[in-house]
Design a protein around this ligand. Structure first.
Ligand code: ZN
Length: 173
């Protein structure tokens, strides 16, 4: 995502702060959002909902994004919590496009916190769902395209442009 949009996310949501230094091990903090600009809106909405949910609960934000990227044409948003760092363990199934997660262990947290984390899981899952019909380039309504060199979610117009570009590169070679 272009730096202008990354900066907006960091400005609006302190938990989205990046930290591009050698010692940093968190992939999100090092590389930011590894996806197209068209998903800025849905990421921003997702962060807004997370932030609002904490405000409603009246507790400080302990949500930690660990990796945000495009995979098989849709969004993957991995995260953990300050007291429960989450790896980025997940299986991505190419055929169905589903992603199986190992949720952060909730054993040591109280009921209120569990409910909060359940709601956050739902918010993140909905953002990932939304990416399945949001053009990754421009943010308009899109569908998953499986006939390009890479699987991508694109609107009709970005899809056509992409096809033309592929045809042109074929003709040149
Ligand atoms: Zn588009």
């Amino acid at each position: 995502m272009k730096s202008e949009l990354e900066l907006m996310l960091q400005r609006d949501f302190p938990f989205m702060k990046q930290n591009n230094v050698d010692e940093e091990k968190n992939l999100y903090r090092c590389f930011g959002c590894d996806c197209g600009d068209g998903w800025y809106e849905l990421l921003s909405d997702c962060c807004r909902q997370i932030s609002d949910r904490y405000a409603e609960e009246g507790v400080p934000v302990d949500f930690v994004p660990t990796q945000i990227k495009e995979k098989f044409g849709t969004l993957r948003f991995y995260y953990g919590y300050e007291d429960a760092p989450c790896g980025i363990a997940a299986f991505d199934c190419l055929g169905s496009g589903t992603s199986v997660r190992f949720e952060t262990s909730n054993e040591s947290v109280d009921e209120k916190k569990q409910k909060l984390r359940q709601d956050i899981a739902d918010i993140v899952r909905k953002a990932e769902e939304r990416s399945k019909h949001t053009c990754e380039i421009c943010g308009h309504e899109g569908v998953l395209r499986t006939d390009l060199r890479w699987i991508r979610t694109l609107c009709n117009s970005c899809y056509d442009k992409h096809k033309v570009a592929i045809e042109n590169s074929k003709n040149r070679s």
